[in-house]
Design a binder for this molecule. Structure first.
Ligand code: NAD
Length: 322
């Protein structure tokens, strides 16, 4: 796309409007300035490699000050080290950006507090949280060791809360915040052998919904991405697939969601291989019985078509709208 100083030839932007629970891009208006993050401070968890590193480099390049958090362990969550976070901070600094490393685990409340405190101590504020840290410990349900279930919930789900909570307190006072949670298609739709991962990743959708609802009046926006990219977490599965599965194809969506110009909140996006799409939770009109008629199981069976029909579904924006 070629940019021009003539407003009539500038690329256009859309506004998002919601009606009856359905969000649509409808109002076209003149293109705004390029997205930048000058004076903004971003906390990015798990930013020592993969997707988190790609976000950190991009945001720093566009003016953000970045807390590069990473425990520096293995893909299964064993071990720790400073190398991963330090390397990304060095990359940012050598490109002229500003960043600080943090090596806490997101999986404890103390760690989450300390990660956010690092932003406040180093840069005096926190505007952006990208909850990205993650590990994998796959096993089918009958074979899943209890600790693998607990550990995944601790890192992905509780970890995101432990970091977002102290940041949210600051953002609320400051009346500005952008939060992104990293889910997965495995969590949203299920994947064999990933009960622990899927449970945590779907939990993040609930966490984001409430972050969006509670944050609305403080200009705090919260969204979820379900990415697919070739990183160390997926390289066994994806082999040498490169090209459009490179992490930098995920960056533009996240970069938009954490920008001042972001108009989405309470949304979920499927991002990968050059495709940017919405995922949503909908509710169908269903089958309603009269107030005094408790139906039998047979009546439910006989009306299952109406219960399951997706015709005329809506997208509730809160539990009260279901
Ligand atoms: N790559 C994909 O296709 C894909 C698909 C769906 C979801 N995701 C999610 O995207 C996120 C990023 O994954 P990735 O693919 O870049 O993998 P990655 O392994 O390259 O990055 C994850 C990073 O998180 C760090 N980390 C792990 N536990 C931590 C903890 N307790 N505290 C702080 N840091 C910790 C790791 O050290 C690692 O650097 C994860 O949440 C993952 O579940 C990735």
């Amino acid at each position: 796309m070629t940019l021009s100083s003539d407003a009539s030839t500038l690329p256009k932007k859309f506004d998002i409007v919601s009606k009856n629970g359905i969000t649509t891009a409808v109002i076209w208006s003149v293109h705004l300035a390029d997205i930048r993050y000058d004076e903004r401070v971003a906390v990015i968890t798990g930013a020592g490699g993969g997707l988190g590193r790609a976000y950190a480099l991009h945001l720093a390049e566009r003016g953000a000050k970045v807390v590069v958090n990473d425990i520096g362990g293995s893909a299964e969550g064993q071990g720790n080290g400073t190398h991963a976070a330090n390397r990304v901070v060095a990359e940012i600094k050598s490109a002229g950006g500003d960043a600080v490393a943090n090596y806490d685990s997101v999986a404890t409340a103390k760690g989450g507090e300390h990660i956010v405190q690092t932003a406040l101590d180093s840069f005096g504020r926190v505007d952006i949280v990208i909850n990205n840290a993650g590990i994998l410990r796959d096993a089918s349900i009958p074979k899943m060791p209890q600790e693998n279930f607990d550990e995944l919930i601790d890192v992905h789900l509780k970890g995101a809360f432990y970091v977002t909570q102290p940041a949210f307190r600051y953002m609320k006072k400051n009346a500005y915040g952008r939060v992104v949670y990293t889910s997965s298609a495995a969590g949203l739709f299920g994947n064999f052998g990933q009960a622990n991962y899927a449970a945590a990743k779907m939990g993040l959708v609930g966490l984001s919904s409430v972050t969006a609802i509670e944050g609305a009046k403080y200009n705090i926006k919260s969204n979820v991405i379900a990415p697919i990219a070739r990183t160390r977490l997926t390289e066994k599965l994806m082999g040498s697939t490169g090209g459009m599965f490179a992490p930098h194809y995920i960056v533009p969506m996240v970069a938009y969601l954490v920008s001042e110009s972001c108009q989405c909140s309470h949304d979920i996006f499927n991002v990968g291989a050059g495709r940017y799409a919405r995922i949503f939770l909908g509710s169908t009109p269903g089958w309603t019985v009269s107030e005094d008629a408790v139906p039998s199981a047979e009546a439910v069976r006989d009306n299952l078509g109406k219960v399951l029909s997706v015709a005329d579904f809506k997208i509730p924006e809160a539990a009260s709208e279901v």
